[in-house]
Design a protein around this ligand. Structure first.
Ligand SMILES: Nc1ncnc2c1ncn2[C@@H]1O[C@H](COP(=O)(O)OP(=O)(O)O[C@H]2O[C@H](CO)[C@@H](O)[C@H](O)[C@H]2O)[C@@H](O)[C@H]1O
Ligand SMILES: OC[C@H]1O[C@H](O[C@H]2[C@H](O)[C@@H](O)[C@@H](O[C@H]3[C@H](O)[C@@H](O)[C@@H](O)O[C@@H]3CO)O[C@@H]2CO)[C@H](O)[C@@H](O)[C@@H]1O
Length: 610
């Protein structure tokens, strides 16, 4: 039977202690009982005990007081005595929903934190009838705009992470069956009119989830997450979360110690709306100042506006972004900080480079490519994969011609328009180019026309096609990323393990991750002005493409291929940095995770098995 609650904690599990073994310490007995309860009363065997002792878990548990254990037992909460409790909130979570890199990050970072011994959930909309997520039968009523809406939670447990999906027609009715393309609006560049209500609902539901969902899927933690939570809000869609946390919960003594980290994946999208819309958000007047924003633009209305991202930045406890260089760019001035530079200078910002999904993007196991390879077989394998790719897109088959790829959302950010203008300046070289992307219709048209203009040299595919993205990444020699700005960029991270050399604009994470002459080519920074194509950028692009092509077949390129493939670009390193930042928020009960095998072998296993 479903339970409806607006603020009340609901737990249906009663926790029953099992018998104790006099040969074990109190802490070991506690752990034994917890494990038995969670594992369906499986008694601990010698191996389990040895693991507890040798890996220091028992030592940690000894620290736990009898009172704490008894209190948790009464609440039905079982929690390991280490790690943090983290809730990521986002409009996209891959692979369930993704329009680009935001979905990827929400897919990859949470499992990596879980593998370090933290209890981690993600909360995102249920845009579709995901076949692997089940109805929890837990309902809440939330005030959204003028009406009271009933929201349901769906859940699955994957790769050590509780994936929570917020179910409401406001998401499902619009996007159902077309998850990838209609998350924010009916088409690229057009937003759904009720996006503010949609994301207000998401933020409120996300604040309920840790308190009311009685999740028991994790071997090491079970019961509700409770209130000692670190929330990680992502981009403007989740900017109301810190505001609601303060106005609806902390004011009532709930989430007193919870903290919010706000991560900027792209400052270009801020959620600017008419000032009068503030009333839709159901926030007290005192928050108005944090939203208040004036710009010189007429969209969506002339003059004074509310700016969701501004409020997210100001009302959160910590602001992060996805690369150190982008963090610098954001405070460098109005153009790169997109008029929030002054606000970010006030709060400060930390840049942590993204990782990438090292299982999906691994040439030795990639299921989308015909030949798997590693650093010792890269040369032969890439020649075969290049021919397959040429055949698939209809270019002349020639394993000896250098091939350049481009993958990305077709928006001014990514510079596909600069690339299209530059092609004529380098296409007379011995080279082919393949472009894959979706986005703005005129830009899609631009890339599709390339086949007519350069039938033996260029192809543009206007599709969102995961399989082709993998085939391009593996089959081309160079991947071109001519972004006007790029907070981190995942394309170059995905390409390098395939021995595919990035040619990048020197911005954001592209500057941080591609080392000139060692792992790729830097083209210099491009003009961030999106209205026009700067002829200087067209020239720089063509010059650098020619420079890269000249290395084709030389030992210098062979060395770069090896340098690229030797790097660890997985989420492991970034997750450690995230862990340190989130720990510094000092939510009570937060402790470092345990590196190694100790705390979450199951999470690790799951990280390794998508
Ligand atoms: N047509 C297509 N077919 C198949 N797959 C496609 C595709 N077009 C794009 N993709 C995939 O979508 C992702 C795009 O990654 P980016 O880093 O370019 O993200 P994006 O700019 O969307 O995100 C923002 O957030 C991320 C995450 O923080 C930042 O890295 C980035 O700089 C910032 O702009 C990649 O996984 C790519 O393979
Ligand atoms: O993962 C890819 C990106 O997804 C998010 O960006 C979306 C953005 O947050 C939405 O608001 C919307 O942006 C549109 C914008 O609102 C509108 O005014 C107009 O400028 O067109 C924009 C594009 O349609 O869609 C974006 C995705 O296309 C996320 O915020 C980004 O960090 C990610 O890069």
């Amino acid at each position: 039977m479903a339970s409806v609650t607006s603020s009340r904690f609901v737990s249906r599990n009663s926790w029953v202690a099992t018998g104790s073994d006099p040969k074990l310490t109190f802490a070991e007995n506690g752990m034994r009982n917890e494990l038995m309860t969670r594992s369906g009363l499986r008694p601990l065997n010698k191996l389990d005990l040895l693991q507890l002792r040798t890996h220091g878990k028992a030592r940690q548990l000894r620290k736990a007081s009898k009172t704490q254990t008894a209190a948790r037992a009464r609440q039905g909460v079982i929690k390991c005595e280490s790690g943090m409790t983290v809730a990521f909130v986002s409009a996209e979570v891959g692979p369930w929903s993704k329009t680009g890199g935001l979905g990827d990050v929400l897919g990859g970072l949470p499992p990596a934190l879980a593998a370090n011994g933290h209890r981690v959930m993600t909360v995102s909309p249920r845009y579709d009838q995901y076949k692997d997520a089940w109805d929890t039968n837990v309902l809440v009523e939330l005030k959204v705009g003028d009406s009271i809406e009933t929201v349901r939670f769906f859940h699955c447990y994957k790769r050590g992470v509780d994936r929570v999906f917020v179910d409401h027609p406001i998401f499902l009715e619009k996007v159902w069956g077309k998850t990838g393309t209609k998350i924010y609006g009916p088409k690229t560049g057009t937003d759904f009119k009720d996006n503010q209500l949609r994301f207000s609902l998401l933020c409120q539901a996300a604040l309920e989830a840790p308190r009311i969902l009685n999740l028991t899927s994790n071997e090491y933690f079970s019961g509700p997450y409770g209130e000692e939570v670190v929330f990680v809000a992502n981009d403007w869609h989740t900017a109301l979360l810190p505001c609601y946390l303060k106005s609806m919960y902390r004011s009532k003594g709930i989430y007193k110690n919870a903290k919010v980290a706000f991560c900027i994946h792209n400052i270009a999208y801020q959620g600017r709306f008419p000032f009068s819309d503030f009333k839709l958000l159901n926030l007290p007047e005192e928050f108005k100042g944090s939203f208040d924003f004036k710009d010189g633009y007429e969209k969506p209305v002339k003059g004074r506006k509310i700016n969701w991202m501004k409020a997210g930045i100001l009302e959160s406890d910590r602001v992060l972004t996805v690369s150190p260089y982008y963090a610098q760019e954001l405070v460098s001035g109005e153009d790169k900080g997109v008029e929030l530079d002054n606000i970010i200078r006030l709060t400060g910002i930390t840049g942590i480079l993204n990782g990438m999904d090292a299982q999906e993007w691994d040439p030795s196991t990639d299921k989308y490519i015909a030949v798997n390879y590693d650093a010792s077989t890269v040369v032969d394998a890439k020649a075969v994969l290049k021919e397959e790719l040429q055949a698939e897109v209809g270019l002349p088959i020639d394993r000896n011609i250098p091939v350049i790829g481009f993958i990305g959302r077709l928006e001014e950010q990514k510079g596909s328009d600069i690339l299209v203008e530059a092609i004529s300046e380098f296409i007379d070289e011995d080279v082919q180019i393949i472009i894959l992307g979706t986005g703005k219709k005129p830009m899609e048209k631009q890339i599709e026309e390339l086949e007519e203009l350069y039938p033996d040299k260029a192809r543009g595919v206007a599709k969102f096609n995961r399989s082709l993205a993998h085939k391009i990444t593996a089959g081309v020699d160079f991947i071109l990323i001519p972004s006007r700005f790029e907070p981190c960029g995942l394309i170059q991270l995905q390409a390098m393990p395939y021995g595919t050399i990035p040619i990048v604009a020197s911005t954001g994470g592209l500057f941080d991750t591609v080392k000139e002459g060692f792992t790729g080519f830097q083209m210099g920074a491009f003009n961030v002005e999106c209205e026009t194509v700067d002829p200087a950028d067209v020239k720089a692009l063509a010059t650098n493409v020619k420079r890269a092509i000249k290395t084709y077949g030389t030992p210098a390129l062979t060395e770069m291929v090896q340098n690229c493939m030797a790097q660890d670009l997985s989420w492991k390193g970034p997750a450690k940095k995230w862990e340190n930042v989130l720990l510094s928020l000092e939510v009570s009960g937060s402790e470092p995770g345990i590196e190694g095998e100790e705390i979450a072998p199951l999470a690790k296993e799951n990280v390794a098995t998508p």
